[in-house]
Design a protein around this ligand. Structure first.
Ligand SMILES: NC(=O)c1ccc[n+]([C@@H]2O[C@H](COP(=O)([O-])OP(=O)(O)OC[C@H]3O[C@@H](n4cnc5c(N)ncnc54)[C@H](OP(=O)(O)O)[C@@H]3O)[C@@H](O)[C@H]2O)c1
Length: 269
């Protein structure tokens, strides 16, 4: 018997669960889709690259493959997200879980910032932060009507503290972390679950070209297992690997004087 009850309803089984994954064409989203497909969930797969989504579907077990929808859409386009959601609500008559894994990373530094590079900032915020609002606008009315549903957002430990080389990415994730807390406070009493997912480093196309140290780097399969386990347990925050993420949580409590000194020492110039 756990000391504290879970902050969201636990998921007792995935068979027949209707799950929409945005950002399913590669990395963490794709691997989580594979795992949920193996567990019997009905999947809707979204991202911009339709061919990659179709490849993913073709590799699913037969029952999951037949049930899966491929719904290409750009999360930065609210009309496209709303249209995909409408298609799903019609096809499935509801939705049990929306997992938003879509995201982009841009190693933006102060020296990069000028009028020409502002579109890079906008692209990161449109995808990582406004994209979440686009999904909320598309699914929340239906979730609220039914008093049920689960929202899960892949955010990042990069949202815990200010970071170098992430002047748009880290603030987008900090805002997403905050948004999830506000949503949980308001939606949980109305029957809707909210989960935020804060991975450490995961070996995906997003991190493939990074020339920074990546301590405790995980495989996408390990990330997917942690996400599915956390959703099953009803966690509010799923963070992994814990040996890395607990250290970063401690940094949140450090006086900034100490934090800045530590980061300048640890982070490459
Ligand atoms: N890898 C890490 O170390 C790490 C750590 C912490 C958090 N995260 C977060 O984890 C999430 C997944 O990243 P990943 O590491 O798995 O990287 P990834 O393999 O590059 O996956 C990113 C996914 O987002 C989709 N996407 C990007 N822009 C989109 C848009 N405008 N509309 C719809 N889909 C879009 C991509 O699909 P298309 O290109 O086909 O659209 C792809 O499916 C991101 O939110 C990332 O910030 C990653």
């Amino acid at each position: 018997m756990p000391l504290f009850p879970p902050l969201n309803p636990p998921v007792s089984g995935w068979s027949g669960q209707r799950v929409w994954i945005l950002g399913a064409s590669s990395g963490i989203g794709a691997e989580t889709a594979r795992l949920l497909g193996q567990r019997g969930a009905r999947l809707a797969l979204s991202a911009r690259r339709e061919a990659a989504l179709a490849d993913l579907r073709s590799g699913l077990p037969p029952a999951a493959r037949q049930a899966a929808h491929v719904l290409p859409c750009d999360i930065a386009d609210p009309a496209a997200v709303a249209a995909a959601a409408r298609t799903l609500f019609e096809a499935w008559d509801g939705l049990d879980l929306v997992l938003v894994a879509a995201g982009v990373y841009d190693a933006l530094r102060p020296q990069d910032l000028d009028a020409q590079t502002l579109p890079r900032v906008r692209h990161t915020l449109d995808t990582n932060l406004l994209g979440a609002y686009h999904v909320l606008a598309a699914v929340l009315p239906e979730f609220l009507r039914r008093g049920a549903g689960r929202l899960a957002f892949v955010s990042s430990v990069a949202g815990y503290n200010g970071l170098p080389r992430a002047l748009a990415y880290a603030p987008s994730k900090a805002a997403l972390n905050n948004l999830c807390e506000g949503l949980h406070l308001e939606l949980r009493p109305l029957g809707i679950g909210v989960t935020r997912i804060c991975p450490g480093f995961v070996a995906t196309p997003m991190t493939a070209g990074l020339d920074v140290p990546m301590p405790a780097l995980q495989t996408p399969a390990a990330a997917a297992r942690a996400i599915v386990r956390g959703l099953e347990g009803g966690d509010f925050e799923i963070h992994f690997p814990r040996r890395f993420t607990y250290g970063l949580k401690v940094l949140q409590w450090l006086p900034r004087r100490l934090y800045f000194r530590l980061l300048r020492w640890a982070a490459p110039r």
